[in-house]
Design a protein around this ligand. Structure first.
Ligand code: PAJ
Length: 294
């Protein structure tokens, strides 16, 4: 594996790699969730270019940019062992040199949920990803389902500008107790870590309600909320369209897809997660109600 620090060298090396070329953007502090993206790209027969860059543009003034975990030597070893062909790991001055002045505003989708709690976050994500897409010239880019709104935001931008790469979404990798793997899990105290799977349990409660035939958003959210207990505090739970991230009031009448999204605080750490909802179950149940009534 070659590690390069400048955009010019990385762009040149990327163009010499075999096709299809897969891009795996990360902020480092790698865990099995990140490595699942690499494994998925390799299974798809792609050469892999990974990036490690803790992007200051996507952190707000009260966010954890300064204390975000950094473990470069370990990350580099893990990526090499996972079969990555090229690692691009620029410094801030390489990505944002003097005079860098453009940004990508993804519009309304970037103002909801994560975007509401972290104003400017998705503008920062979209801006850095557009630059990485430009440098890599990859055919595909691999992203985790765990950050579902990030995926939706990037799809929006790529669709609006009619450009590639194709986005491939990889399922969320979890700990044995259900907690979604995250670089931020290292912030949790032992007591917080013990309570952390509560967020996933709440989302599963929402998915279970749908399996039982519930289609109403308020009642689905209530089923999730019933599983949130101290020290876990809800930041949000909702039922949304995975493409627009608009609230879905009733999934039986909402069209094709809906997901349960959630975020919760443990001390000063905020976790996010999501699970797909079985819209067909709600629709089938809705049909039963109607035929009984009719
Ligand atoms: P980071 O949080 O390092 O995540 C990098 C990629 O790994 C993202 O696509 C994320 O969704 C994925 N990922 C994280 N945890 C995962 C898990 N448990 N299962 C599956 N995939 C997981 O997301 C970012 O960095 C940044 O916003 C970035 C896209 C690199 C732009 O700076």
């Amino acid at each position: 594996m070659q590690t390069l620090r400048t955009a010019a060298e990385a762009a040149q090396a990327a163009r010499r790699l075999a096709r299809p070329l897969a891009l795996v953007p990360t902020m480092g502090a790698l865990h099995p969730g990140h490595l699942a993206l690499v494994a998925s790209a390799r299974r798809d027969g792609a050469a892999v270019m990974a990036t490690i860059f803790v992007n200051p543009l996507q952190f707000g003034p009260t966010d954890d940019f300064a204390r975000y975990p950094r473990a470069f030597a370990d990350d580099e070893r893990q990526l090499a062992a996972a079969g990555v062909d090229l690692l691009f790991a620029p410094g801030v001055e390489e990505m944002y040199p003097a005079g860098f002045d453009s940004s990508i505003d993804p519009g309304a989708i970037a103002t909801r949920y994560e975007g509401a709690i972290r104003p400017g976050h998705f503008r920062g994500v979209a801006t850095v990803c557009m630059k990485l897409f430009g440098i890599a010239g990859a055919d595909r880019a691999y992203f985790g389902a765990k950050d579902a709104q990030q995926v939706a935001v990037l799809q929006q931008v790529l669709r609006d500008f009619a450009i590639g790469p194709e986005i491939v979404v990889v399922p969320t990798v979890r700990e044995d107790d259900g907690l979604a793997r995250s670089s931020r899990n290292v912030y949790l105290t032992p007591a917080e870590r013990a309570a952390a799977p509560g967020l996933y349990h709440a989302l599963q409660g929402m998915a279970d309600a749908v399996e039982r035939g519930e289609s109403n958003r308020d009642r689905i959210v209530a089923a999730g909320r019933a599983r949130i207990h101290t020290p876990l505090r809800e930041a949000y739970l909702d039922v949304v369209d995975p493409v627009t991230f608009e609230l879905v009031p009733d999934i039986a009448t909402a069209g094709s897809a809906a997901i349960a999204i959630g975020s919760g605080w443990l001390g000063s750490t905020r976790l996010i997660d999501n699970v797909p909802l079985n819209v067909a179950a709600a629709v089938a149940h809705d049909g039963i109600h109607e035929s009984v009534a009719g």
